[in-house]
Design a protein around this ligand. Structure first.
Ligand SMILES: [Ca+2]
Ligand SMILES: [Ca+2]
Length: 361
């Protein structure tokens, strides 16, 4: 632990930093005991704390102990009174709740959360990489891989990121530049309290079950994501989105590459969430074998394109655009400045569709 007296940009604080020093492996944390802080490995109750570069592994599920609910779990647990904290550069492996944030104004960035296939709470709640349950939090530049468990009530469950309801509003949440693959969905916003102004931009999702479940959400934006919905169905549901209300989620500048039979704004009605009529424009829609006539599912919006986005190498998941891609310079300027790899946007005069801006060398 190091006490450090410079001022954090943008806030007045003297952060306390928990980090590694010297060379070699990162410091390791685990906790197999409910009696010891409910299985949490680090709990943050204060403000202006930075957790940087630590390794957490082998967490315990919530349901093994009736007194612990999923809402109290987390290898890293940021409590209601904890604000202006930063969790970065950590690795979290096989923890059914990776990071749970109940406070506001926290930043979860550049973490690697991976490989958990046990239930958080059997039979209805699979493992979750990052859970946020309050307003004004930011989740960026994380890599989340292989968070799902098979079986249980839904056939499979879990997910990279969840915005959960604990009776607090969940407004102004910014989710960007995350890479998500092999999880049981990229993002799920549960029903309940207000979830206003959730912004999802410049992420890559290559996941099971869904890209985003909006069980709640008003005034939200989904833009410049590269979304692959190619993994086979493994649960009761296989959709790109669900929406709770019409005209609340603006979907623009995204690339959607779909398995045969899927459509972006259509599909199974999931618990009455099927309000497909959302503002949409400047997206590229494509079904890999080209069989689906309208992969959008409803009428195309302004600037929407049905075409092969021409990735460099889809099979090996090189999702950069090739010269000649219809996504190049076909996006609308939404004011974002950095693409998935922090290249300046726009290149070539206009923004591209998807998470990767084409760079001509
Ligand atoms: Ca989920
Ligand atoms: Ca461009």
């Amino acid at each position: 632990m190091e006490h450090y007296t410079s001022v954090v940009p943008g806030v007045t604080g003297r952060p306390i930093i928990y980090t590694e020093y010297g060379t070699g492996r990162a410091p390791r944390f685990t906790n197999q005991s409910y009696q010891l802080q409910k299985g949490r490995m680090i709990q943050i109750d204060g403000c202006y704390i930075v957790v940087d570069g630590l390794y957490f592994y082998d967490g315990i599920p919530a349901n093994r102990n009736r007194h612990l609910t999923a809402r109290e779990a987390g290898a890293i647990f940021v409590s209601l009174k904890a604000e202006h904290n930063i969790i970065k550069n950590c690795e979290i492996e096989n923890c059914p709740m990776g990071i749970q944030v109940i406070g506001q104004h926290n930043l979860i960035t550049h973490n690697y959360i991976h490989d958990c296939n046990i239930f958080l709470s059997y039979p209805s709640w699979g493992p979750v990489g990052i859970m946020v349950a309050n307003s004004n939090n930011e989740i960026s530049y994380n890599k989340i891989v292989n968070y799902f468990s098979k079986g249980g009530r839904f056939g499979a469950d879990g997910g990279a990121i969840e915005i959960d309801d604990q009776k607090h509003a969940r407004d102004n949440i910014y989710i960007h530049h995350n890479y998500s693959t092999g999880n049981e969905g990229f993002l799920e916003i549960t029903t309940g309290a207000s979830a206003d102004n959730i912004q999802v931009s410049y992420n890559v999702s290559d996941d099971y079950q869904e890209f985003i479940f909006f069980w709640a959400g008003t005034n939200c934006i989904v833009e410049n994501n590269t979304v692959l919905c190619l993994k086979p169905p493994n649960s009761r549901v296989r959709v790109v989105f669900s929406f709770e209300k019409e005209n609340e989620v603006t979907v623009r500048n995204n690339i959607f590459v779909l398995a045969k039979g899927l459509q972006v704004f259509a599909g199974d009605s999931v618990y009455n969430a099927d309000k497909w009529n959302q503002p949409h424009s400047n997206n590229v829609y494509f079904v890999v074998d080209g069989t689906q006539e309208n992969p959008c599912g409803i009428s195309l919006g302004r600037g929407d394109i049905i075409a092969d986005p021409l990735f460099m190498d889809l099979e090996n998941r090189d999702l950069h655009l090739r010269a000649g891609s219809p996504a190049i310079d076909a996006g609308v300027d939404v004011g974002r400045k950095l693409d998935f790899e922090d290249n300046l946007v726009p290149q070539g005069g206009k923004p591209d569709i998807g998470a990767f801006e084409f760079i001509k060398y």
